[in-house]
Design a protein around this ligand. Structure first.
Ligand SMILES: C[S@@+](CC[C@H](N)C(=O)[O-])C[C@H]1O[C@@H](n2cnc3c(N)ncnc32)[C@H](O)[C@@H]1O
Length: 317
């Protein structure tokens, strides 16, 4: 896939930033910022940005293809008031932004995941609505459009259950639409459309995984044990409600370092990354830290994985 470097100015990589982010800092000026989750082909995001140059918009998407397509449109139209982030919205809404950040939240025709076995992928449970309530400003709104009545009803009930919204209303076949690819598709098929809206009144307490801006690292004095390192490979470590596994070791003789491929899981959020074990020049000591390529979010599982690896190397000494 060819990615024009011009379009990258719309892309934000939050894994290399201190979390949580104040979204206003992503745009030169203090603007009202709105969030859209799952923008797909981006019709709504681009049109809103074009019609409201005084406002700013952030889009979260899981699909890299959608991300690239939208950035090309933004570049063509020279729109400066949009940023896009490649992230799972469940994680993104909970972890990335400061409290009271957004003036509005939009979600248009999310995947309804009707099968019971896929229920955890649905973006309409109470935890998700609590994350939205946290990052919305007081009196800011949320707005969902969907063709799935059960999804809409569950979304509304979850919003009510948080106790953080008022004026929650579900409207069948509202007069206004969002004109996205999926809305057009369902309208062509004469399906009913449902809209759920509500206004934020209070902020719930949510538990976030990320926090603290420090990069996890440890210094191991003396020589490290390659044997102990090899023994740790493919073992599952469960500690303090997180799980991680060291998958493989790559030795980089040129730079006197090892790279340990690692998978870390916090709840339902999995990340793959590398931990670097690098000799300190001129010293009998090794630094154990995250490798800078493809940095993960510094969740508890990621930090535990780094600290535990240092302990393993120390004990083997
Ligand atoms: C059915 S499409 C709707 C796209 C667009 N909003 C529309 O109305 O045409 C759902 C979109 O949500 C994205 N998506 C699904 N799950 C997501 C998640 N957990 N986080 C972010 N985006 C997600 C998909 O990649 C897809 O682009």
């Amino acid at each position: 896939m060819n990615i024009n470097v011009n379009v990258l100015r719309y892309f934000v990589d939050p894994s290399s930033m201190d979390l949580p982010i104040n979204p206003v800092t992503l745009f030169g000026k203090d603007k009202d910022v709105f969030l859209e989750v799952g923008f797909g082909n981006g019709e709504f995001l681009v049109e809103m940005a074009e019609r409201n140059p005084e406002k700013a918009f952030i889009g979260l998407e899981l699909s890299l293809i959608s991300l690239v397509k939208v950035q090309k449109q933004l570049d063509k139209k020279q729109l400066e008031n949009v940023r896009v982030i490649l992230v799972d919205a469940r994680f993104g809404t909970r972890e990335l932004f400061c409290e009271d950040s957004f003036s509005g939240f939009y979600m248009n025709f999310p995947c309804p995941w009707p099968k019971k076995s896929h229920a955890r992928k649905r973006l309409n449970d109470r935890n998700f609505l609590s994350s939205i309530a946290t990052i919305l400003r007081k009196d800011a709104f949320f707005q969902l459009y969907t063709d799935d009545e059960n999804f809409a009803t569950d979304f509304m009930r979850s919003a009510e259950a948080t106790g953080c919204f008022k004026a929650i209303e579900l409207t069948k076949n509202p007069n206004t639409g969002v004109n996205t690819r999926y809305e057009q598709k369902w309208k062509r098929e004469n399906r009913d459309i449902f809209r759920v809206r509500g206004k934020k009144i209070s902020t719930p307490g949510i538990e976030r995984l990320c926090g603290g801006d420090e990069m996890p690292h440890r210094l191991v004095e003396g020589e490290i044990s390659e044997e102990a390192l090899k023994e740790a490979i493919n073992k599952h470590f469960k500690k303090n409600n997180v799980v991680y596994i060291y998958k493989d070791i790559y030795q980089d003789m040129f730079n006197k370092r090892y790279l340990v491929e690692t998978i870390a899981v916090d709840g339902d959020f999995e990340q793959k990354f590398y931990i670097e074990i690098k000799k300190k020049p001129g010293k009998r000591a090794w630094i154990v830290r995250l490798n800078g390529h493809g940095l993960p979010f510094r969740t508890r599982a990621v930090k535990e994985a780094v600290f535990n690896l240092a302990e393993i190397l120390e004990k083997g000494d």
